[in-house]
Design a binder for this molecule. Structure first.
Ligand SMILES: Nc1ncnc2c1ncn2[C@@H]1O[C@H](COP(=O)(O)OP(=O)(O)OP(=O)(O)O)[C@@H](O)[C@H]1O
Ligand SMILES: [Mg+2]
Length: 318
């Protein structure tokens, strides 16, 4: 596996306090990696080490193959960083703001107008080009801040809570923008408290608590861990049909148990505990259809990321 960000036993102490405690991070190239953890877990501190803003107490970290302590300039060229605070550039116009950051990255003056226009187009702020930055809504400021991280066309984006404090629409806009940037080939490493965002767009997830990585892996691995077995509720017409379902399903593979539940809304229900994968779920559905059983509903009871998160951050892997 090709990891574009990697750390080994990273430690950061502030006096006696250990904010990052032996963290080993693996971010695959091209991934959208969600870095999740409660307040004070060490997310921002980790990001500040990766962006060369603070030095680790011990351990090592590489970004795009460059060591964050020994090769800081190369690391900075490879990344775009969006801190959790917007900063204090309120007395600039939107285009001036981008122009300023492009200049910081040594983009020649002759190219900056085109670049600024392209970035504004990308984050859908072309119509606010000449407005003062402090007149923008929080969602717009967040998009402008994201545009700024792109000025030098970095391969990696490190975004600290890009969706915090946004309303649902603005959050979805930021989310869509992140997916668009990933489609452009960028790797996105972002911290968040919003588990719905993680479930919707991430390819990879790491859960951190008290400076330690509790769980890390691809979204599909995490989902498999979350669902050691799956629960399917099938609703049919009556008890007679339910018994037929029990009989048919019992003959199948990976079935843990099949039981008839109390009826609900005048309909009979069967609960299937199942240890198979998506194809297995489809096979159950197909088998019932082929036997001409009229299915009123076929529902998988999902254990979501939220319940996993609540479980692991209490130190209990459920
Ligand atoms: N410069 C510092 N000096 C002392 N302690 C610090 C410093 N920076 C961070 N900390 C402490 O380190 C811990 C981790 O902080 P950090 O900001 O990395 O957490 P976080 O996961 O980003 O939290 P949040 O979700 O609230 O943003 C906190 O207890 C914080 O108080
Ligand atoms: Mg933080």
């Amino acid at each position: 596996m090709d990891y574009i960000i990697e750390t080994h036993d990273l430690v950061k102490r502030f006096g006696k306090f250990t904010a990052v405690d032996g963290l080993s991070l693996k971010v695959p190239r091209g991934s959208i990696y969600g870095f999740v953890g409660p307040n004070g877990a060490g997310k921002t501190t980790t990001m500040r080490i990766l962006t060369t803003l603070t030095r680790p107490t011990s351990g090592e970290a590489w970004v795009a193959g460059h060591n964050v302590v020994q090769d800081r300039r190369a690391v900075r060229r490879a990344i775009g960083y969006m801190p959790d605070e917007f900063g204090v550039y309120d007395d600039l116009r939107v285009w001036e703001y981008l122009d300023f950051f492009a200049a910081c990255y040594d983009i020649p003056e002759g190219q900056r107008r085109q670049l600024t226009n392209d970035l504004l187009e990308l984050v859908d702020l072309t119509h606010r080009r000449n407005d003062m930055v402090d007149k923008l809504s929080r969602g717009m400021k967040q998009r402008l801040s994201l545009a700024r991280t792109l000025a030098h066309d970095p391969q990696i984006l490190i975004l600290d809570e890009p969706a915090s404090g946004l309303d649902p629409r603005a959050r979805i806009e930021i989310r869509e923008l992140m997916v668009e940037l990933a489609n452009m080939g960028k790797t996105i490493f972002f911290s968040t408290h919003i588990l719905a965002d993680v479930e919707n767009i991430c390819t990879d997830v790491g859960i951190i608590e008290a400076g330690k990585m509790i769980m890390q892996g691809s979204m599909s691995e995490m989902k498999a861990q979350m669902m050691p077995h799956r629960e399917i509720i099938v609703t049919v017409k009556d008890n007679e049909t339910a018994e037929k379902v029990v009989q048919l399903v019992n003959e199948m593979q990976d079935i843990i148990s099949v039981v008839i539940l109390d009826p609900k809304g005048g309909r009979a229900r069967v609960r299937i505990d199942f240890a198979g994968d998506d194809e297995g779920v489809a096979a159950i559905n197909q088998k019932l259809n082929k036997a001409d059983i009229l299915i009123y509903s076929f529902q998988e009871e999902m254990r979501d990321l939220e319940s996993l998160f609540m479980g692991v951050t209490k130190g209990i892997v459920t």
